[in-house]
Design a protein around this ligand. Structure first.
Ligand code: PGA
Length: 312
């Protein structure tokens, strides 16, 4: 494992910085990481593992934090949440997005600071029309959304959306100019069966097969067993999958996309665990459910970018 992490002939060298990212590999961290890995998932072989240099070059460096409010809130509670967000001090170098229930988007858009962008929690697969109960991409744009969350585990496993359908949704949303928060993640039994990477790669492939460009895609790795359970992935467990996802993008899409695409973590992130997670090199931000319903705690998560700067 240690050798696989250092495959590619990378040599330790003096760190330099691009945005929040190192531009040289951090060999010691990689080796100690290999000793710390404590998960049942299958490890990538040395031939699968990319040089850490890809990671070091990755990303725009801009942290991304999304708040997924899911099916929560009332006019009153959302008024309070928006007011808390409007008065919160947010680090400047973070993209911040919130995703209210559809019926409250207009209220949020007209009262929330422009500092925070708005996302839909889902969108229809094509142009709007006779699709009872659906919301179209055109409507999300019309109401002021810049993003949409697609492939969330609750839509996959509760509503029954399939990979191909989700990929088509992503392609349509992108073609209309929305950014896509593309969610992937394994169930507990899949992790226990050593299939974490297989599941994530398959879900990723469905996005890759459909989307024309990754410019406005943020990948959210959200292990299903961690969502809403209070059981957060350890920083090492999350980092391990994020590295594998970036490696998959490099091999199957392009080195450039692997470098630029932000890979955020979701699943029981809160004000107490965000700083440790943020320190991991490939964790480029968070998708937050429960804790995003509390303004001050969400602000703490946004501001965990500061621990990333220290870690770098
Ligand atoms: P959670 O949800 O933070 O409540 O676990 C995360 C998500 O579903 O995006």
């Amino acid at each position: 494992m240690a050798s696989s992490l250092t495959a590619g002939g990378t040599q330790p060298s003096a760190p330099s910085f691009s945005g929040l990212r190192r531009t040289c590999p951090k060999l010691d961290a990689a080796v100690s990481f290999s000793h710390r890995v404590n998960s049942s998932i299958r490890l990538v072989s040395s031939s699968q593992r990319s040089p850490r240099g890809v990671v070091a070059m990755a990303g725009s460096g801009k942290f991304f934090v999304g708040g997924n409010w899911k099916c929560n809130g009332t006019k009153d509670s959302i008024t309070k949440l928006v007011s808390d967000l409007n008065t919160a001090t947010l680090e400047p170098d973070v993209d911040v997005v919130v995703s209210p229930p559809f019926v409250y988007i207009d209220q949020v858009k007209s009262s929330l600071t422009d500092r925070i962008e708005i996302s839909g929690q889902n969108s229809w697969v094509g142009k709007g029309g006779a699709f009872t109960g659906e919301i179209s991409v055109e409507q999300l744009k019309d109401i002021g959304c810049k993003w949409v969350i697609l492939g969330h585990s609750e839509r996959r496993h509760v509503i029954g959306e399939k990979d191909e359908f989700i990929g088509k949704k992503a392609a349509y949303a992108l073609s209309e100019g929305l950014g896509v928060i593309a969610c992937i993640g394994e169930k507990l039994e899949e992790r226990e069966a050593g299939k974490t990477f297989d599941v994530c790669f398959e879900q990723l492939k469905a996005f890759a097969d459909a989307v024309p460009s990754w410019d406005k895609v943020v990948v959210a790795y959200e292990p299903v067993w961690a969502i809403g359970t209070g059981k957060v992935a350890s920083p090492q467990q999350a980092q391990e999958v994020h590295v594998a996802v970036r490696d998959w993008l490099k091999k199957n899409v392009s080195e450039e996309v692997a470098s630029k695409t932000r890979i955020i973590y979701g699943g029981s992130v809160n004000g107490g665990n965000c700083a440790e997670l943020a320190k991991e090199e490939d964790i480029d931000g968070f998708l937050v459910g429960g804790a995003s319903l509390k303004g001050p705690e969400f602000a703490t998560i946004v501001n965990s970018v500061t621990s990333k700067k220290v870690a770098a």
